[in-house]
Design a protein around this ligand. Structure first.
Ligand code: CP3
Length: 344
């Protein structure tokens, strides 16, 4: 049966007169209602693991803006925690994890089968959302890509250049590859469980794919995405998959064909005109307005939004930002972007 929800139609390869729209980090600190619910939960991780409150913050941007998709409220670092890493968030700084530098560190991780014990509340959030979302809104589940998740597990925090992960990859490649294999297997089971609970699309966030070049990109960004996609497609052939190899540059070319993903999400380092010619030729693309327009607004926001819609108008396209919206964004600018997309 042909899909009726706009996002699913675009993902099936249909060119729509108005592109469907959602926004990375659409539930977030730029919204006063998010901050209120987060305060009620106490801290970020308590919010992630509280199905009622996580569903509530997922729904907030849908109520306010009527986006075409909702993205499950969770984090890519919950999987490492479920695999046995320690995880905490330092306010104003970001995530911290126990590090993986040696075989002994790796041996402390648990088996993939055990992840659901920790992640069950996330699946409950998905079930609540499928009941509560408007009939026309698509629910997107997600996970981090193995390389990006590994960069945090190895360094124990975010790093500007992913230096510690690159060092382990070169100095103890066997351990690095064992870690990547564990994360890949966990990601497949985690996304499968989200789909079983009701996720209609899944997205794989490879935020640090851009720091892998040449053969390393093929082995550690492309190959894991292909493996995850193949495993999910074997079980759930009708569930579309969005890949996001952020800042992949020329490696965006052919990524959908090589991995089997239904859609490639674009960051704003590539121009829409270039991506229409080199990436959209293979199918649906998502993106790619620079997040800063949500802070700065004005006529430039409207012009740039319209230019992106126009550049991608000859093929399947889902409008989005090139990366997550930032806490200093003005909620009114989000509405201006939506109006510019829908009033072409
Ligand atoms: O997009 C959504 O609205 C869905 C929820 C979502 C979050 N994180 C919530 C979140 C998603 C899809 C993510 C993905 C994620 N998390 C990525 C990949 C995408 C990207 O941004 O590159 C990464 C690298 C992470 C890890 C992470 N989580 C970091 C580095 C941080 C700290 C930086 C920051 O923005 O504070 C987080 C925290 C986080 N994850 C917040 C939210 C809403 C902010 C937490 C808060 O409320 O204090």
């Amino acid at each position: 049966m042909a899909p009726t929800k706009t996002i699913l139609r675009a993902l099936a390869g249909e060119t729509l007169a108005t592109p469907p729209i959602w926004m990375m980090r659409q539930a977030g600190r730029y919204l006063p209602e998010y901050k209120a619910t987060r305060a009620q939960a106490g801290d970020f991780l308590s919010l992630c693991y509280n199905p009622d409150l996580a569903a509530e913050v997922t729904l907030q941007p849908i109520r306010r803006y009527g986006f075409d998709a909702a993205i499950l409220f969770a984090d890519i670092l919950l999987l490492p925690q479920a695999l046995g890493a320690e995880l905490w968030f330092v306010t104003g700084e970001g995530p911290r994890l126990s590090t993986i530098q040696s075989q002994a560190d790796f041996d402390k991780l648990g088996p993939v089968e055990d992840i659901h014990e920790t992640l069950n509340p996330i699946y409950e959030t998905v079930r609540i959302l499928r009941r509560e979302l408007p009939a026309e809104t698509t629910l997107i589940g997600f996970a981090g890509a193995p390389w990006t998740v590994a960069t945090y597990m190895i360094a124990g925090q975010g790093t500007p250049d992913q230096g510690p992960a690159h060092a382990l990859r070169q100095e103890n490649n066997a351990l690095f590859e064992a870690l990547l294999a564990r994360i890949t297997a966990g990601t497949i089971d985690y996304l499968a469980a989200q789909i079983e609970a009701g996720a209609e699309v899944v997205k794989i966030f490879d935020s640090w794919a851009g720091s892998l070049k040449g053969e390393a990109f093929q082995k550690y960004a492309l190959a894991p995405a292909r493996e995850i996609t193949a495993a999910l497609k074997a079980r759930y052939p009708h569930i579309p998959i969005i890949g996001f190899p952020r800042e992949a540059g020329d490696n965006y070319i052919g990524f959908a064909k090589a991995t089997g993903v239904d859609c490639v999400a674009l960051d704003n380092s590539v121009s829409a005109a270039w991506a229409a010619e080199h990436v959209q030729v293979d199918g649906c693309v998502q993106g790619n307005l620079a997040s800063r327009h949500m802070v700065t607004g004005g006529q430039e926001l409207v012009d740039e939004t319209r230019a992106i819609v126009k550049a991608f108008s000859k093929g399947p396209h889902i409008f989005n930002l090139g990366h997550g919206i930032t806490p200093d964004a003005d909620p009114d600018n989000v509405q201006r972007m939506i109006d510019a997309v829908r009033q072409q």
